[in-house]
Design a protein around this ligand. Structure first.
Ligand SMILES: [Zn+2]
Length: 202
């Protein structure tokens, strides 16, 4: 489960364990408000599906420097007990080459006359000598934007990268927010003595 933390400079960021690695996410003011309004307090954990929902809408994103600024280390996941939530991990778009989440772009290029489409992190993009025919930050993508790009012939149609991206964007996570709000409200209404500190939404 991710953890909401206060930044030294003000505002909040989220730390999550995704595919075994602790990743820090910047949050837009809207994203911060969504989490606070759902009853998530700084220093508290919340379901990974909620962070996935913010990430695909562009309200939560990662950059390589974020991990350094926040002093995040791999070993911290054991101290923080940021247990991964495998069902929600698949909702995050990840680099096609190495699975990293940093600075992802959907890129297309031609190799020997064949169109190639990948989601690539900043490091993997930098290694490619090819000139991209498409290069869009994943935070700007929506189902509508994908359909437009496809219709304009900017991406190979029916690509598996595209299929996974569509699935992730189309997943309806509103039930995850609702379930969290309900469980949080009933927890606050109760006396809390015999309840675990963390919410388990499966
Ligand atoms: Zn990569």
């Amino acid at each position: 489960m991710p953890l909401l933390e206060t930044k030294n400079a003000g505002g909040y960021f989220a730390k999550a364990n995704i595919n075994g690695v602790v990743v820090s996410f910047h949050l837009t003011p809207f994203g911060q408000r969504q989490l606070l309004d759902a009853g998530i307090q700084p220093g508290k954990k919340f379901p990974l599906a909620l962070l996935a929902d913010l990430a695909r809408a562009g309200h939560a994103w990662t950059t390589p420097s974020m991990a350094e600024q926040a002093g995040i280390f791999y070993a911290e996941q054991f101290d923080l007990n940021l247990v991964g939530d495998e069902s929600a991990e698949g909702l995050f778009a990840a680099c096609t080459n190495d699975g990293k989440l940093d600075d992802l772009h959907l890129v297309a290029w031609e190799s020997s006359g064949r169109p190639i489409l990948k989601l690539l992190c900043g490091a993997c993009r930098a290694e490619l000598p090819e000139r991209f025919t498409l290069n869009v930050p994943v935070t700007l993508l929506s189902l509508g934007a994908l359909s437009q790009l496809e219709a304009q012939g900017k991406m190979p149609a029916g690509d598996s990268v595209l299929g996974r991206l569509r699935e992730s964007l189309a997943a309806d996570l509103s039930a995850s927010w609702e379930a969290f709000r309900r469980q949080n409200a009933s927890r606050q209404a109760g006396l809390n003595f015999d309840r675990p500190d963390e919410l388990d939404l499966g």
